[in-house]
Design a binder for this molecule. Sequence first.
Ligand SMILES: CC(C)(COP(=O)(O)OP(=O)(O)OC[C@H]1O[C@@H](n2cnc3c(N)ncnc32)[C@H](O)[C@@H]1OP(=O)(O)O)[C@@H](O)C(=O)NCCC(=O)NCCS
Length: 167
Amino acid sequence: MKALELDAIACPTGLVLRPMLESDLPQVLAIERDAHFTPWGEQAFLDAMSTGDVLPIVLDGNEIAGYGVLKVLWREAELLNLSVAKSWRRRGVGRFLVAELLQSASRYNTPQVFLEVRESNVGAQTLYRQMGFEIVGARKAYYACPGGSRENAWVMRWQEEGNKHAA
Ligand SMILES: CC(C)(COP(=O)(O)OP(=O)(O)OC[C@H]1O[C@@H](n2cnc3c(N)ncnc32)[C@H](O)[C@@H]1OP(=O)(O)O)[C@@H](O)C(=O)NCCC(=O)NCCS
C-alpha cells in the first residue's frame, strides 16, 4: 500500500489520536485483558514507552477505543501490539491505527514492518492483508492457548512501496 493511500485513511469521526501516556495504563490494561489470552502487563507498556517505541492511542473523549505498539529497529520495525476495545470494533479504529503505525515506520526510515499473528486470528489477518502485509513465515506452537495447548503464528511483513525488493 502506498504512503499516499495510508495518508487517506482518516481517524474515525469524533475520535482523536495521541501518544499513550502512563496515566492511560489502567484503561489500556483493561482492554488488553479483554482482547488477549496472554495480555501485556503494565511493565511491558512502561518498557515500550521508555525505550522509544511508538504507542498511538485513539480516544473518544476520555474513553480509549484502541492502541498499538511499534518497535523501531534498524531498517525494520515490529508491530508488537494492536488492540481495539470490544465496543469499538469494526468501526475502522484498527485500520486507522495500522495506517498510523506504518506511516511512523516510514518516518523512521524503516521500510519493512513485521508482525506475528495467531493462525486462528482470521479477523486480524484480514485487516493486515488489506493494509499490504503478506505472510512470509510461520512459528510453530508460538502462542499459549486455553487448556495448555499451543497455537502456530504466521509471520507477516509489510514493505513500503519502492522498497519491495530491498533485503
Ligand atoms: C483485530 C482488531 C485489532 C481489528 O480492529 P477493528 O477496529 O475492529 O478493525 P477495523 O474496524 O479497522 O477493520 C478493518 C477491516 O479488517 C477486517 N476485519 C477486522 N476485524 C475482523 C473480523 N473480526 N473478522 C473479519 N474481518 C475483520 C474487515 O475487513 C474490516 O473491514 P469491514 O469492517 O469494513 O469489513 C480487533 O478485532 C482486536 O483488537 N482484536 C483483539 C486483539 C487482536 O487480535 N489484535 C491483533 C493481534 S495480532
